[in-house]
Design a protein around this ligand. Structure first.
Ligand code: AMP
Length: 586
């Protein structure tokens, strides 16, 4: 298929502010896609060349792209920079200069989607000496073959600012509709396959090649991250025991969730959103090599920085400050990480995800040898609410986040949030003590002091699984330092779109809209009702809002769809009411 057809679809997706229309456009388009190109098209829609766990980056800075645009349009790089300052988007710059130069193109030269994809892959894979020049040459070559409209999307893609905001759930719905005529018919199977391999392009290709049967054959594989199981919440020890009976109660560590894949001496580490993080954890890799007694294994745990001087854990923010190489080495010495493992999904060729929790964790304890770095999460097994409560209080005193209770007979349900795991954080005493993970969908230009940063408050939303959309819940104006305001504005400007994004549901008009990408942890005093916000809003009911929200954590390792959901907010709201009623009644 010609790339121009995909560009046309992107053009329509960019223009729509309605989620349903986005779904219709995509499902119509997927009907025409060939099995050979299905994976590439899905990746391009996801705004990536390969899934994040492959760790591939295009590696072209703006200046390099400017030079390619200059070459192809016969202008000077200075002209291009000037135009960029005016238009604020290199995609638009490419479109403008190329439209003037050659409004139409010879069809025979027009590239297919595969050709565009392969060239972009080549650019990404070009590394080492002279790679800057070679990347520019490749991109220039590609831009000479496409129309002005196509160039806009290619340039944006290369810079990571395509900003279509499609989202995996929309792609899964559209695939099901395209193949069966029904949005839901294959949805569960598609999602199951995706949960096991974290590669939606691969799922699409197998679906087109082998149909439903192919989807059912997906299996856990060492090297492909499994989408992580998530926890529900309940407000008290009593309610937890009432819900799941005798259970394991583990410490909830406040660190980074990691999934470790081991095949002999080859170790890979993935984050919660399936990014490859192997290079960041040399100390954990050493620990795994020394302590894990299994040929192959996939295990999960929470990595926490440990202060050997005091025997205490460092807070989350310390755990994640390992980015550049020297920082990694320094931090590994100053604040070594401990990985508290809590699940085993695969061992020595056997998939354990369908085995009960008890069996999985017994195996886990068996394969972990003595040592500093790799340990198993502390836990008790109980059916007594008082005992659970006491373990919880002890944990709070030690400065951990609380506990997670786990059903003893539950399988590992990849990608699912349900009552197999239940978290209990500090008590919900009337005010909201738990944090909410909020997605930023736009911002407001500041007044007063903030005006000089051009950003005064953020528009925050939560995720609504039912409609696959983001619904607003708060305006956030505090919790960030001056530097962070400037930094977040730069990040958000890269996601800027001219109208409300299709998957955002808002009655408030942001000064600047942006595609949902960044997730922040927000603290608030309580959840209230408000007609202004759309989270949980219906004809009969006002929406939910956060009172006095302030940013507590800088960008989480979560995708927008992993933010707190409307359903969770509804539950938190009810819990808050229950605790209030109890407190008032003594
Ligand atoms: P939350 O991010 O508040 O939804 O809580 C779930 C997170 O708690 C998981 O994704 C893990 O990162 C973290 N966690 C800490 N300790 C445990 C544990 N023992 N079992 C499962 N998750 C844990």
């Amino acid at each position: 298929m010609l790339f121009s057809q995909l560009a046309e679809v992107f053009e329509r997706l960019e223009a729509t502010s309605k989620r349903l229309e986005m779904f219709e456009i995509l499902s119509e388009f997927f009907k025409k896609v060939s099995k050979e190109e299905a994976d590439k098209i899905v990746y391009l829609c996801e705004e990536q060349l390969l899934p994040p766990f492959k760790g591939l980056e295009i590696g072209m800075a703006e200046k390099m792209v400017e030079r390619a645009i200059a070459k192809v349009s016969n202008k000077s790089p200075e002209d291009i920079t000037r135009l960029y300052k005016k238009l604020g988007d290199l995609g638009l710059v490419a479109k403008e200069v190329l439209a003037k130069k050659r409004p139409t193109l010879f069809q025979s030269k027009a590239p297919t989607i595969s050709e565009v994809y392969n060239t972009l892959m080549k650019i990404a894979q070009t590394t080492g000496e002279g790679s800057i020049e070679r990347k520019i040459i490749e991109l220039t070559g590609l831009l000479t073959r496409v129309s002005a409209g196509e160039a806009k999307f290619i340039v944006r893609f290369v810079l990571g600012s395509l900003r279509l905001g499609i989202g995996d759930p929309t792609i899964m719905d559209s695939l099901s509709k395209a193949i069966t005529g029904d949005r839901m018919k294959l949805r569960t199977d598609i999602e199951r396959a995706y949960n096991l391999c974290s590669d939606l392009g691969l799922v699409a290709r197998v679906l087109l090649e082998k149909g439903e049967r192919g989807l059912k054959q997906f299996k856990v594989q060492v090297g492909s991250p499994i989408r992580m199981a998530l926890a529900e919440r309940l407000p008290s020890a009593q309610e937890i025991i009432k819900k799941i009976g005798k259970c394991a109660v583990e410490t909830k560590y406040d660190g980074l969730r990691l999934q470790v894949h081991k095949q002999g001496d080859k170790i890979e580490i993935f984050s919660r959103n399936q990014e490859r993080m192997t290079h960041m954890f040399p100390d954990i890799i050493q620990g795994i090599k020394k302590q894990v007694k299994a040929k192959s294994a996939i295990l999960e745990g929470e990595a926490v920085a440990f202060n050997e001087e005091t025997g205490e854990f460092f807070p989350f923010q310390v755990t994640i400050t390992r980015k550049r190489k020297y920082e990694i080495e320094e931090r590994a010495k100053e604040a070594p990480l401990v990985l508290f493992t809590f699940d085993l999904l695969y061992v020595n060729g056997k998939d354990l995800t369908q085995k009960p929790y008890e069996e999985r964790t017994k195996m886990l304890a068996k394969i972990i040898g003595k040592g500093f770095t790799i340990r198993t999460a502390e836990k008790i097994i109980t059916e007594n609410p008082k005992e659970l409560e006491q373990f919880f209080e002890e944990n709070i005193e030690r400065g951990t986040e609380g506990i997670i209770a786990k059903r003893l007979d539950s399988p590992y349900q990849a990608g699912a949030r349900n009552f197999n795991w239940i978290k209990l954080k500090r008590s919900y005493r009337g005010e909201l003590q738990d944090t909410i993970d909020v997605v930023i969908v736009g911002y407001f230009k500041g007044r007063g002091l903030r005006a000089r940063f051009g950003i005064g408050a953020l528009l925050g939303a939560v995720y609504d699984e039912k409609t696959d959309s983001f619904k607003t819940i708060c305006k956030i104006g505090s919790g960030l330092s001056e530097e962070k305001w400037v930094e977040i504005r730069k990040l958000l400007d890269k996601l800027k779109v001219g109208h409300k994004p299709a998957r955002v549901d808002s009655e408030i008009k942001a000064d600047v809209w942006c595609q949902p990408r960044y997730v922040f942890t927000v603290m608030a005093d309580e959840i209230t009702l408000s007609p202004l916000h759309t989270a949980g809003k219906s004809k009969e009911k006002a929406g939910f809002a956060l009172r006095f929200p302030r940013i507590q954590g800088w960008i989480r390792d979560k995708k927008p769809e992993d933010a707190t959901t409307v359903k969770e907010i509804e539950k938190l709201f009810k819990m808050q009411k229950r605790v209030e009623a109890k407190t008032l009644g003594g």
